[in-house]
Design a protein around this ligand. Structure first.
Ligand code: SAM
Ligand code: DTB
Ligand code: SF4
Length: 339
């Protein structure tokens, strides 16, 4: 894989970067300070968009967007307490706890996604992390989905030593594991694991030679500095993630964050996309959860800010997503094409 480059800022380093406890994906070299990223977020929008578009065009065709379909292969009943998540068993959200899906059903969904035009298929499980007996059937799923010619991604929670290698050997292309927010705000959102735990799993994923998919959520009541802190953490991973999902919080009734924070202003969301694009020039920046609440014009601005991937299909994991027809219509209106 070609090493990813970055566009370091001129500003001197003033890090408040959490150090990884293991693995080579560590924020050892501070290329982007929180202050430098915050300065990007504070730019007048035309300046920020111009910078983001300039970087985007150096590495990607700005008319192309990758279509990725998500499937929840194991839904609900999760022991963790992530305050945004409808799948935690601690919150009464109406999401039923269900068993791991059967291989045939997963393959059926992957074939349908491919037929509808997706080139990437991401399997998500509501686990703190997979037990070995859980991982075995997932390895089969990865192998068979990969054999369909789809790019594969999985998000299964924290990984133990050796599990990333097993996923790699099964044919997994990307492992998704989000930092979600800044190290400072993290404790307000999740108490059942530490930022360091997430960094350690990211290190295991990187060490196994998998592509890293890592991003976060905007709209959880975080400050602009927290948004900058998240982007700086991601950009300082060495190398930075190949894939960066930026989610707008989907407020689900029963979760602690529902109706306690105002929805994020789409222009502020666009700013975070642009900052991710500028600081991680070669990454796929994914306009992820939250599109059902966005206008076509808001989504168009995300593409203009450097987003080049969306989740495609009428469901995310447990919540809705624009249906495929609407997305095809949107891309048509914008003169954009799937990758
Ligand atoms: N359990 C695994 C984990 O947490 O790593 C994998 C699945 S988890 C649902 C994947 C990601 O979905 C989370 O890290 C979070 O960024 C995102 N997510 C979950 N609920 C969300 C919500 N209500 N709005 C936006 N993003 C959400
Ligand atoms: C990511 O960053 N966003 C996706 C994917 N990675 C797994 C998940 C979004 C979940 C939104 C809430 C739900 O549908 O349950
Ligand atoms: Fe569990 Fe993942 Fe949801 Fe957290 S985000 S409660 S770990 S499914």
């Amino acid at each position: 894989m070609t090493p990813l480059d970055s566009h370091p800022p001129a500003a001197p380093a003033a890090p408040h970067v959490a150090a990884a406890s293991s693995g080579s994906t560590s924020p050892a070299a501070v290329r982007w300070t929180t202050e430098a990223v915050q300065a990007l977020l504070d730019l007048p929008l035309p300046e920020l968009l111009f910078r983001a578009q300039s970087v985007h065009r150096e590495h990607f065709d700005p008319t192309r967007v990758q279509l990725s379909t998500l499937l929840s292969i194991k839904t609900g009943g999760c022991p963790e307490d992530c305050a945004y998540c409808p799948q935690s068993k601690r919150f009464d959200t109406g999401v039923e706890d269900s068993a791991l899906m059967k291989l045939g059903d997963v393959l059926g969904a992957a074939k349908a996604a491919k037929a509808a035009g997706a080139s990437r298929f991401c399997m998500g499980a509501a686990w703190r992390g997979p037990k070995q007996r859980d991982l075995e059937p997932v390895l089969e799923m990865v192998k068979e989905v990969k054999a369909l010619g789809l790019e594969t991604c999985a998000t299964l929670g924290l990984l133990k030593d050796g599990q990333a290698e097993q996923l790699r050997d099964a044919g997994l292309d990307y492992y998704n594991h989000n930092l979600d927010t800044s190290p400072e705000f993290y404790g307000d959102i999740i108490s059942t694991r530490e930022y360091q735990d997430r960094l350690a799993t990211l290190g295991r994923v990187r060490d196994a030679g998998l592509n890293v998919c890592c991003g976060g959520i905007v709209g959880m009541g975080e400050s602009v500095r927290d948004r900058a802190g998240l982007v700086a953490q991601l950009a300082n991973l060495d190398p930075y993630p190949e894939s960066v999902p930026i989610n707008a919080l989907v407020q689900v009734e029963g979760t602690p964050l529902a109706e306690t924070v105002p929805p994020v202003d789409v222009l502020d969301f666009v700013r975070v996309i642009a900052a991710a694009r500028i600081t991680m020039p070669k990454a796929f920046v994914r306009l992820s959860a939250g599109r059902t609440q966005m206008s076509d014009e808001g989504q168009a601005m995300c593409f203009l800010a450097g987003a080049n991937s969306i989740f495609y299909g009428d469901r995310l994991l447990t919540t809705g997503n624009p249906d495929a027809d609407r997305d095809r219509h949107l891309l048509g209106r914008l003169g954009m094409q799937p990758l």
